[in-house]
Ligand binder design. Structure first.
Ligand code: FES
Length: 147
């Protein structure tokens, strides 16, 4: 067998083993994300400026509504509680954005919140902010990190 042929077969074997290692690392990373975080939804469920996904969290020892949205490519999560009065924001389940998908809007009195920080940007919530949750995306899924 020519040296070049043996070298080629060797490289093919190495490439195959690298693929197996990468697959195994991918599974391990997904497993690690699941171990330290709670799955919220598939990443594809959160469209840019589209409907949010509602879920429940434990907050101060009680079940409380929360939501996740996508804004400028990133996912964010908040307690679904207006900083003005403790009301849920969405006027219809999952509708958190204003008409331009620029702000999160409270359906009760129209408080506006920055999607990337939860900070009040207008309305009766002045100086306050939504309670942010540690939401992130990994392996095409959206998780909330356990605290
Ligand atoms: S309850 Fe949200 S603006 Fe008043």
């Amino acid at each position: 067998m020519a040296d070049q042929e043996r070298l080629s077969q060797g490289l093919t074997g190495v490439g195959k083993r690298l693929t197996e290692v990468n697959e195994s690392l991918g599974e391990a990373s997904e497993g690690a994300a699941e171990a330290s975080a709670r799955l919220i939804c598939a990443g594809g469920e959160l469209l840019e400026g589209g409907d949010g996904v509602r879920f429940e969290i434990e907050w101060n020892g009680e079940a409380a509504p929360a939501f996740a949205i996508r804004h400028r490519g990133r996912v964010y999560g908040y307690l679904n509680r207006c900083a003005h009065i403790a009301m849920e924001l969405d006027w219809k389940l999952g509708k958190f954005f204003d008409a331009d998908a620029e702000y999160l809007i409270c359906s009760t009195h129209g408080a506006l919140y920055a999607p990337e920080s939860g900070a009040c940007r207008g309305g009766p919530c002045r100086g306050a902010a939504l309670v942010g949750l540690n939401v992130f995306e990994a392996d095409g899924k959206v998780y909330m990190r356990r605290t």
